[in-house]
Design a protein around this ligand. Sequence first.
Ligand SMILES: [Zn+2]
Length: 348
Amino acid sequence: MKIFYSDVHFQHNPSFEIFDGGVKVPNFEMPERAERILHALHQTSWAAIHNPDDFGLEPILAVHDAGYIDFLSSAYAEWQMIDTDTPYEKDALLPASFPPGKWRHIPKTLLGRAGYYMSDLSAPITAGTYPAALAAVNCALSAAEIVLAGEKSSFALSRPPGHHAGKANCGGYCYINNAAVAANWCSRHRKTALLDIDYHCGNGTQDIFYDRSDVLTISIHADPDDEYPYFCGYSDEMGTGNGTGYHRNFPLPSGTDNKHYLAALGQALELVNSFDAELLVISAGMDLYAGDPLGKFNVTRDGIRQIGAQISSLGLPCLIVMEGGYNNAALGENIVTLLETFENTPPA
Ligand SMILES: [Zn+2]
C-alpha cells in the first residue's frame, strides 16, 4: 500500500492547549503520534512511504473560505509583530473571545479575527502550523490521486488532523480539513462518500458538505450530549437544502463495545451502498480504541480489525486519512491493524 507522509509536520508542535474548565495542559496532538505510526508501518512488508506532491491552494479553497485560509497563513507572523507589555503566550496564538455564531462583521484586530476563525482553545496557531497543515492536505490529495488512478487503497498519514476544521474555522487540533478537501477532489471524478470513524463527531466535515447532495457524509462518534464537540453530531442533523438526506450522524454512548459499534457501522455502510458510491474516503481516528485518553469507547484492537474488514468488504476504492488517536503507545499497531484489512482484500 502506498502511504503519503511529510516530515514538515514536525514544524507544528504547540506546547499547550486549554482544556475544559480552563486547565492549561500539554497539547495532546503531538509529533510523536505520526512518528509512532510511521515506525509501525516501517515494520510491515507492505507499506511503501512516499512524499506528497504539492497541489497548491485551489483544492483547499474549493472547500474552505478564502478569508479563513488567508488568516491561517498570516496569523502567526502578525502575532509576533504585536508590541505589548502584557505577558502574552507568543509561541502560539489563541483568542479569548468567540462570536455566538458567525456574525456579519469580521473584526479588524488579530485577536478578534482569531476568535472569529477559531471554534475552541485546542487549535493554537504556531510558527509551523500553516506549512504543516498544507503538507497534511497534500498527503491526502496525493493519496486521492493514486486511488483515482486505480489503486484499491491508500493511506494519508496526515498531521495535523482535519475533521474538526469547518469551512471557515479551525478547532479540535484541526486547521485544514484534509479528508474533506480530498473527498471534494475525488467527487469531481467519482461518486464519493466520506465515512468518519474518529471517536469525536466530524463537525468540520459536516459543516463543509451539509448542503450538498453529491458527497454522502457519515460520522459515527461519541454522543455530543456527553462529548466534544457538544454542538454538533446529533442524529436528527441530516443535511439542509439540496443536501437533505445526504449527511448522517450515528451518536453512540460512552462504553460502546465492538458489537454495538459494528452494528452502527453496518447501518452506515448500507447507506454508502444505497448511495452507489464509487469511492470511499475514511476519516480514520483511532481514539475509538479502548483506553484512549480522550475517548470513552471500549472498542478493542480486534474490533478495529473487524471495522476495517467490514468497510473493505464493500470492495470500494478507499482513501484512508489519519485523524485523531492519542494513546501513543497503541497508535502505530492500531493503524497497521486497520490498514492490513485493506491490504489483504482482493480487488472487487
Ligand atoms: Zn477524535
